[in-house]
Design a protein around this ligand. Structure first.
Ligand code: CA
Ligand code: CA
Length: 162
């Protein structure tokens, strides 16, 4: 345990930096660390699922861990995941509702970022039945939702507010 005085000092310092940083709103918060077994990138935490699963089950696995199936919002985020967890994984992106209309969401937020593989061109709805997407080093590919792929779950890093 940290001495109480040190903790109070650190919190005060954080408050001071926040409040003198020129922010219009003087909001104080300390970014917490990710739970054990989760890795941190910015203010997000990530964890790989225990086994390869079909897409819908991958989504459920993340919900069970109070998180969501990952949906990278940039190449930087993808690079971090591939370097630190696994090179190929499901993303929360599907065209199950309307063929060819891809819905990609980070939690409930629509994500505009796309990184479909260029060569061979994806998404190709191969065999007429590819409605879920995996990411790997070559970009995204649509595959059958029944395909078994690794899962990465994502959740916000805990924030302590004052
Ligand atoms: Ca499709
Ligand atoms: Ca495909």
């Amino acid at each position: 345990m940290l001495p109480k005085r040190l903790v109070v000092g650190l919190i005060s310092l954080c408050l001071m930096i926040r409040c003198t940083g020129g922010n219009e709103r003087c909001e104080a918060s300390i970014r917490g660390a990710c739970p054990p077994a989760w890795i941190q990138w910015g203010d997000k935490c990530y964890k790989q699922g225990s086994e390869d699963l079909p897409w819908a089950e991958a989504k459920q696995e993340c919900i069970k861990m109070r998180s969501v199936l990952v949906m990278p919002q940039s190449q930087e985020e993808t690079d971090f995941l591939q370097k630190n967890l696994i090179h190929k994984f499901w993303i929360n992106c599907n065209d199950l509702q309307v063929e060819g209309t891809w819905v990609c969401q980070d939690g409930t937020t629509d994500v505009e970022y796309r990184n479909w593989r260029v060569e061979p061109a994806e998404p190709n709805n191969g065999a007429g039945g590819e409605d879920c997407a995996v990411a790997d080093e070559t970009g995204w590919n649509d595959v059958s939702c029944e395909f078994h792929a690794p899962t990465i779950c994502k959740r916000p890093a805990p924030q302590l507010h004052f």
